[in-house]
Design a protein around this ligand. Structure first.
Ligand code: NAI
Length: 256
C-alpha cells in the first residue's frame, strides 16, 4: 500500500484528505499541532512554526513514504510573522527534510490559496522571500520585505506558489522524480473561513462566495489533493490547480 504524510489533519481540508486517503486503502501519517478529535492510527503532534519540532517529527518518520500533502495553514489572526513562518518557511523546511523519505517518483502537494495569486504582480517580493534559505526569523522577513500589517497570509501563499514552481526543478526533488504541485482553494467552509472574515472583511469573502453560488466544502478539495499526490498525475509537475468553483475564471472573465 501507499503511505501519505498529511499535515493539518485535525481540522477541515486536512481531516477530509486523511479520511479519503484511508478509505482508498492508503496508510496515513497525520501531523497537526492539535490532537485530532477522532484518534488516528498514526499521528505525530508537531508545531510547523518551530524548526526543532519539525526535526523531531521527521526523525519519527518511516524510511519510505510515497507522498507529502502540506495542508496545515493559518489565516493571519496569529500575526503576520507567525503566519509566514507556518505557511511558508515551516512548510518548506518540512518538505526539504521529508524529501529523502519520499520514494522515487513520489510527490508533494502544497495547499496554497487564491489569496496568493498576487505572486506575479509581486514577483520581486516573492522571489525575495523564497531566496532566503533555511528557517529565518520571520520578524526580520517582515522588515526586510516591507510586509504591511495584515499582508502575512497573501504573502505567505505567494511565496508558496512561487516556491512550488521552483521546487519542481530543484535537484533535491527532481533528481528522484519527486513532483511538487499546488492546490489553491477558493473560500471553503472550515473553521479558518471565520478567521478570513476577520482578516479580509465580510465584503470580500461574501462577494467571492456569491460569484460561485456557494462556499466550497472540505470534500470538494480533498480529491484534488489526492489526485495530484497519486501516480495518475505522473506528468503534472510544478503546477497550481485552482479548486474554487470557478472563482478565478469568474474574476478573470470580468476583466477581459
Ligand atoms: P482549518 O483551520 O480547519 O485547519 C488547519 C489545520 O492546520 C488545523 O488543524 C490546525 O491545527 C493546523 N495547524 C495550524 N497551525 C499549525 C502549526 N503551527 N503546526 C501544525 N499544524 C498547524 O483550515 P482549512 O480550511 O482546513 O485549511 C487548510 C489549508 O487550506 C490551509 O493551508 C489554508 O490556508 C488553505 N486554504 C483554506 C481556505 C478556506 O477557505 N478554508 C481557502 C484557501 C486556502
Amino acid at each position: 500500500g501507499k503511505t501519505i504524510l498529511i499535515t493539518g489533519v485535525s481540522s477541515g481540508i486536512g481531516a477530509r484528505t486523511a479520511e479519503l486517503a484511508l478509505a482508498s486503502g492508503a496508510d496515513v501519517i497525520g501531523v497537526d499541532q492539535r490532537v485530532p478529535a477522532t484518534p488516528m492510527a498514526s499521528f505525530i503532534q508537531a508545531d510547523l512554526s518551530s524548526p526543532a519540532s519539525i526535526a523531531d517529527l521527521v526523525a519519527r518518520l518511516p524510511q519510505r513514504i510515497d507522498a507529502l500533502a502540506n495542508v496545515a495553514g493559518v489565516s493571519g489572526t496569529l500575526g503576520d510573522a507567525k503566519t509566514i513562518a507556518i505557511n511558508f518557511y515551516g512548510l518548506r523546511t518540512l518538505s526539504e527534510a521529508v524529501a529523502p523519505h519520499i520514494r522515487e517518483g513520489g510527490s508533494i502537494v502544497n495547499v496554497a490559496s487564491i489569496a496568493g495569486y498576487g505572486w506575479r504582480a509581486n514577483l520581486e517580493r516573492a522571489k525575495g522571500l523564497v531566496g532566503v534559505q533555511g528557517f529565518p526569523d520571520p520578524n526580520e522577513i517582515l522588515e526586510e520585505f516591507a510586509i504591511a500589517k495584515g499582508e502575512g497570509y497573501p504573502v505567505s501563499k505567494e511565496a508558496l506558489l512561487l516556491w512550488t514552481q521552483r521546487a519542481a526543478h530543484l535537484s533535491l526533488f527532481r533528481d528522484r522524480g519527486i513532483r511538487v504541485n499546488a492546490v489553491s482553494p477558493g473560500p471553503v467552509s472550515t473553521p479558518i473561513l471565520k478567521e478570513f472574515r476577520q482578516v479580509f472583511g465580510d465584503a470580500r469573502v461574501d462577494s467571492d462566495i456569491t460569484r460561485v453560488g456557494r462556499a466550497g466544502s472540505a470534500p470538494d478539495i480533498a480529491p484534488a489533493i489526492l489526485f495530484l499526490a497519486s501516480d495518475g498525475a505522473r506528468w503534472i509537475n510544478g503546477t497550481n490547480l485552482p479548486v474554487d468553483g470557478g472563482l478565478e475564471a469568474s474574476i478573470n472573465a470580468d476583466v477581459l
